[in-house]
Design a protein around this ligand. Structure first.
Ligand code: PLP
Length: 402
């Protein structure tokens, strides 16, 4: 059965994904099962999506009961789940208003359009960072600071430029009378799990204030509890003006959101932007249930504790394999293990060996193994992942020496 589905799928789909040979059929908590009955410990969570784990009972119940009541109405009308998600996000963030979309790229598109509208006729340029990732639509590809995502799609959209992270003078020199915003991820996920420093982000905030620029944080990957606070910006001592979310917001049901302060949000007027499915009642029922779980007392404390534990385990793995591993980077339960320069090419092989042994991780930015377990992961599961990782690294280390 597994082979038939793989062959059929490969003959039908465009070749955009390099997939692993597994047909996933069910999931529960941190575990997935394929059609052959093999279990996988999921330390990727659909790339930071299923943060409450697979088939979380409260999300499942919310989706099923909403689907039985009302699946969709146009945004020409109001719905209860949509309003309640908006209320929860606004009450727990810097923002005053929200726009709902279906994905991270769409949330970023909305942020880019809002920033340009705020900028007025003359100010349209957005300064982004090298190494960033913001999505696959033409505007978000243009905003993305990695040339491998640009190749074959040029010319890119006008109005985006990229500077090196942590070099505040470079950023300041880029600001001109056409600049309307600065866009960044507080921690670059796809770029190789690289948190920006609080000092840099504070200086970026000051530049935005001085030049009346909108500061946009793309928290599509790191928002929704991933770093140990509901939003990553809370750990940097500053607030953005616009923030985008998606991935974990619906725990696997597609939903994205763009949030902003009133002074910027008011630039959008009726007809300026829209999304047919944005704020869909079933997606919002999932998001409401997800948020309620994450906001329960102690939930985020646990994420921070487990993040610390995962980090300690990864740090001791670095000590054990100094030829292969360089450093641990990350916040909370997004952690990266950077490979040594001479061994960066081994990343994909390590990920494949982990897969064969039933543990899912991936390789980000061409240099770091990335760990994104569901936020409900247990210490026992962390130990299990680290045990498998060590056995894979021992094999790989042995191969290098041989
Ligand atoms: N922004 C960031 C930081 C991301 O990590 C991603 C996806 O990986 C996106 C935007 C794009 O999100 P989506 O794939 O939902 O469009």
């Amino acid at each position: 059965m597994e082979n038939t589905i793989i062959l059929k799928s490969d003959s039908l789909f465009m070749k955009t994904y390099a997939r692993f040979p597994a047909v996933m059929v069910e999931g529960s908590g941190c575990w997935l099962k394929d059609s052959e009955g093999k279990s996988y410990l999921d330390f990727l969570s659909g790339i930071a999506v299923c943060s409450l784990g697979h088939s979380h009972p409260e999300v499942t119940e919310a989706v099923c009961s909403q689907a039985a009541k009302l699946n969709h109405v146009s945004n020409l009308y109001y719905t209860i789940p949509q309003t309640e998600v908006a209320e929860l996000l606004v009450a727990n963030s810097f923002a005053d208003r929200i726009f709902m979309a279906n994905s991270g790229a769409e949330a970023n598109e909305a942020a880019i359009k809002l920033a340009r509208k705020y900028g007025g006729e003359d100010r349209y340029r957005i300064i982004c960072l090298q190494g960033s990732f913001h999505g696959r639509t033409m505007a978000t590809v243009s905003a993305t600071g990695q040339s491998k995502f640009h190749k074959g799609f040029e010319p890119l959209l006008e109005g985006f430029c990229h500077v090196r992270p942590e070099y505040i003078d470079q950023l300041e020199n880029m600001i001109d009378p056409t600049t309307c915003a600065i866009l960044c991820e507080p921690l670059q996920g796809e770029g190789g799990v690289r948190p920006l420093s609080p000092e840099y982000l504070k200086a970026v905030r000051q530049l935005c204030d001085r030049h009346d620029l909108a500061l946009i944080f793309d928290e599509v990957q790191v928002g929704m509890g991933r770093t140990g606070t509901l939003f990553a910006y809370e750990q940097f001592g500053i607030e953005p003006d616009i923030m985008t979310l998606a991935k974990a917001l619906g725990n696997g049901i597609p939903i994205g959101a763009m949030l902003a302060r009133e002074s910027i949000a008011e630039s959008f007027q009726p007809g300026d932007h829209a999304a047919t499915f944005g704020g869909n009642p079933v997606a919002c029922a999932a998001a409401r249930a997800t948020l309620k779980v994450m906001l329960q007392e102690g939930f985020l404390d646990e994420v921070r504790e487990k993040g610390k534990y995962l980090r300690e385990c990864l740090n001791s793995t670095v000590q054990e394999f100094p030829d292969l591993l360089r450093e641990v980077r990350g916040l909370g339960l997004i952690q990266g293990l950077a490979l040594t320069r001479q061994n960066m090419s081994l990343g994909t092989e390590i990920v494949h060996k982990m897969f064969e042994k039933g543990v899912l991780i991936n390789f980000a930015g061409g240099e770091a193994l990335r760990f994104l377990p569901p936020l409900v992961v247990s210490r026992v599961e962390i130990d299990q992942m680290v045990h498998t990782l060590r056995s894979v690294l021992t094999e790989v280390d042995g191969d290098i020496e041989a």
